[in-house]
Design a protein. Structure first.
Ligand SMILES: Nc1ncnc2c1ncn2[C@@H]1O[C@H](COP(=O)(O)OP(=O)(O)OP(=O)(O)O)[C@@H](O)[C@H]1O
Ligand SMILES: [Mg+2]
Lengths: 454, 251
């Protein structure tokens, strides 16, 4: 941790110079928070991943904002057929400029956080680092503080009141470096009252070496997203991770939903190295609907943790949470899902399901669902299971001539199907079905880029 | 050459010996009924024939079309023409009947060096065979056996048999739980497959099915052995007198 404080103190001017006043104004407090909280995880947290060890590598950080030698045209396209998206590229922490001919509707802002903070300082000030600076359950204040200290730019989507945008925004994040590298990635999403938007974030990395035979560098995506969903607004946010074994992802998503709003948050770890996802959703009004779901497919020595918190603060809200893991070989995973139903949050309808398959005795899953209820007249349920593939079903399929490998594939695919069906963009469902099938067939995460998606 | 030759078969599960020396020979064109009291080992025999990995063969041999059956994995036995209609068909949530059957049929075709069926060809085949056993289209669009009634599951087994056209079919109590009409439909499905090259093993506790299917040979299994062999008259004696005389004779 000390190396980050030293770096910050030593380069404060350089960091500020390349950013915007609204962002700079948050740094000192963030540094103070990091100093106080550190990066260790809580004592009784037995998850396989640990922020302090993920951050112990001596990462390079691109404070001088040297341009990465890539342009839009020589980047791959992360194509989702039948799903036309408005694409932005985030290479490490830098958002690539977009051609001007892609016009957005009047009043909508999508693009650079730095530019947004310079052009609309009042708006930026109102929303930037308000959620992420809170110390809330299942999120790590030190991790967000670290991001805030070094964040110079990022991606913003601002949709004013009443504006409904059907075409999804796609942010393709790509880690590229020949040395150990950390990218402080920042996402800010603001939906006005009655607005509608969808965002798809695709996380990738390139395996690059300076010289043939060099060891691969460790690349860390330190991702913080703050999401405000206005009254009666509808928002979908899907994160699709396809990282190599050497990549690390430390993500914190903070969501604040206003009265009558409706949000779907999906986290899909198709391939990962070491990943720790935190999600905190605060239901800040009545009649809110929240759908939180995710899947993890991991093998080799991959580690993926999901820590989630849904805070029912007001009456008559609904939340549904569904997470599923398939762990093969020596993969490790954990799901720590907490739901809090506060006093007075009557009429709450909150359900949580966590199902996991461990395909080998070496694969390990930690499932800890927690439901705390302090209100009467609520409908709540939670359940977690860890099991193996159904051997009776496997045998049955084999007696019909379906080869064992194929039978396993069909069962694993069937296992994930209800998570895929939670996606509210149909072409994206199809895409994910295709990707999940490829993943189970071992055809994903072997090539160097998102060409896999094609 | 016989289709199936079982010699001195011993098998166990969880360290407990269930089959204790089974001998049985089946020739092409024959239908064999296997009867015996509950727990005698009839389903165990069908599990061994299809290669259920939960069981261990401790002694003996099985030749199928002259080849060592025990050396083949379950899927290969299927490609070679062995089919089991399960006493308790398995539910597979999330795997659609269509996907399941198409995968099965095309794996069979691949084994026989035939090209995969196109989607339309497959659906046509499915429709044709579905009508044979009068399996509701609604069921064909659901997940495998999920939420099927007991009788529907059995009908679905015969539908799958009709799709795969096996050389040796084993029906493990396919008749139990069927209403009279369903029993007739299931028997028709079996009789349609009758030919000089094919053979069937029919495990049953009831007379009705044997009236429709008419086996030439009847075997009584008791405590893991075949203790009586005969023709249709043996089945009739069991229906009239029960198994007590068999047990007394065997002890
Ligand atoms: N997993 C197991 N562990 C121990 N014993 C078992 C196991 N599975 C089956 N058995 C025993 O094997 C014996 C034979 O069972 P099997 O199912 O072959 O009988 P069956 O002849 O088919 O009977 P039924 O007419 O009731 O279907 C029974 O005594 C049964 O309890
Ligand atoms: Mg039985």
């Amino acid at each position: 941790m000390q190396q980050y404080l030293d770096l910050y103190n030593g380069y404060r001017d350089l960091i500020d110079r390349n950013s915007a006043p609204v962002l700079n104004a948050q740094r000192a407090q963030a540094a103070e928070t990091l100093k106080q909280t550190g990066l260790d995880k809580p004592m009784k947290d037995f998850t396989p991943t640990d922020p302090s060890s993920m951050l112990s590598t001596d990462y390079a950080i691109n404070l001088a904002r040297h341009e990465v030698p890539v342009t839009r045209s020589n980047l791959f396209t992360c194509s989702v057929p039948d799903l036309s998206t408005q694409v932005w590229y985030l290479v490490n922490e830098q958002l690539l400029p977009r051609p001007d001919d892609d016009r957005l509707p009047e009043g909508v802002y999508a693009g650079s956080l730095r530019d947004f903070a310079l052009q609309h300082p009042d708006l930026a000030e109102r929303y930037y680092n308000k959620l992420a600076s809170q110390d809330v359950p299942q999120c790590h204040p030190g991790v967000s503080a670290l991001n805030t200290m070094f964040c110079q730019d990022g991606f913003v989507l601002y949709v004013p009141d009443g504006m409904q945008i059907e075409k999804p925004f796609q942010l393709i994040s790509l880690l590229r470096s020949v040395e150990d590298f950390m990218a402080a990635q920042r996402i800010l999403i603001i939906l006005g009252d009655g607005a509608k938007a969808n965002v798809l974030v695709c996380d990738h990395d390139n395996e690059l070496r300076l010289h043939e035979g060099d060891a691969l560098p460790t690349l860390l995506s330190l991702q913080v997203a703050e999401i405000y969903v206005g009254k009666n607004a509808q928002f979908d946010y899907y994160c699709l991770e396809e990282h190599h074994d050497n990549a690390q992802r430390l993500s914190q998503i903070y969501v604040s939903q206003c009265e009558g709003s409706n949000a779907a948050i999906g986290q899909f770890s198709l391939t990962a190295g070491t990943t720790r996802n935190h999600v905190h959703i605060s239901l800040d009004g009545e009649h809110i609907d929240t759908q939180l779901f995710g899947m993890v497919i991991a093998d080799r020595k991959q580690k993926v943790d999901n820590l989630t918190f849904i805070d029912h603060r007001h009456p008559n809200c609904t939340s549904n949470e569904l997470f599923k893991y398939v762990l093969d070989e020596e993969a490790q995973g954990s799901f720590l899902g907490r739901i809090l139903v506060r006093e007075g949050a009557i009429g709450t309808d909150a359900h949580q399901t966590d199902r996991n398959l461990c395909l080998t005795p070496q694969a390990h899953m930690l499932a800890r669902p927690e439901l705390e209820i302090y209100a009467d007249d609520v409908k709540c349920s939670h359940g977690a299971t860890v099991g193996q593939l159904d051997t009776a079903a496997l045998f049955y399929m084999r007696t019909r001539g379906i080869q064992e490998e194929e039978a396993r594939m069909l069962l694993m695919f069937a296992f994930m199907s209800d998570v895929i069906e939670k996606i509210r963009i149909l072409p994206l469902q199809d895409r994910l079905r295709h990707l999940v099938e490829k993943r189970f067939r071992g055809e994903l995460g072997t090539a160097a880029s998102c060409q896999n998606c094609g | 050459m016989s289709l199936l030759e079982i010699h001195n078969l011993h098998a166990s599960i969880g360290g407990k010996e269930i089959l204790r020396g089974i001998d049985l020979t089946i020739n092409p064109g024959e239908i064999h009924a296997v009867m015996g009291p509950n727990g005698a080992g009839k389903s165990t025999l069908s599990a061994i024939l299809t290669g259920n990995p939960a069981y261990t063969v401790t002694e003996g041999s099985i030749l199928y079309k002259g080849k060592d059956l025990l050396a083949m994995p379950p899927e290969q036995r299927s490609w070679e023409g062995i089919f089991l209609s399960f006493q308790y068909p398995v539910e597979i949530p999330g795997v659609s009947m269509v996907n399941f059957m198409r995968t099965a049929v095309n794996e069979h075709r691949k084994y026989n060096n035939q090209p995969a069926l196109s989607a339309t060809e497959f659906l046509r085949l499915m429709r044709e065979k579905r009508s044979v056993v009068q399996l509701d289209n609604k069921l064909a669009n659901r997940s495998v056996n999920e939420g099927f009634s007991g009788g529907e599951k059995k009908r679905n087994e015969i539908f799958q048999m009709a799709m795969l056209e096996p050389t040796l079919s084993i029906l493990d109590e396919t008749d139990s739980g069927l209403d009279v009409d369903a029993l007739r439909i299931v028997s028709d499905g079996v009789n349609r497959l009758k030919s000089a090259e094919r053979a069937s093993i029919v495990i049953t506790h009831y007379q009705k099915l044997l009236e429709y299917i008419e086996p030439q040979f009847v075997h009584i299994v008791y405590k893991g052995r075949i203790v009586e062999n005969g023709g249709p008259e043996l089945a009739n004696r069991i229906f009239a007198e029960g198994f007590d005389w068999v047990k007394e004779k065997a002890e």
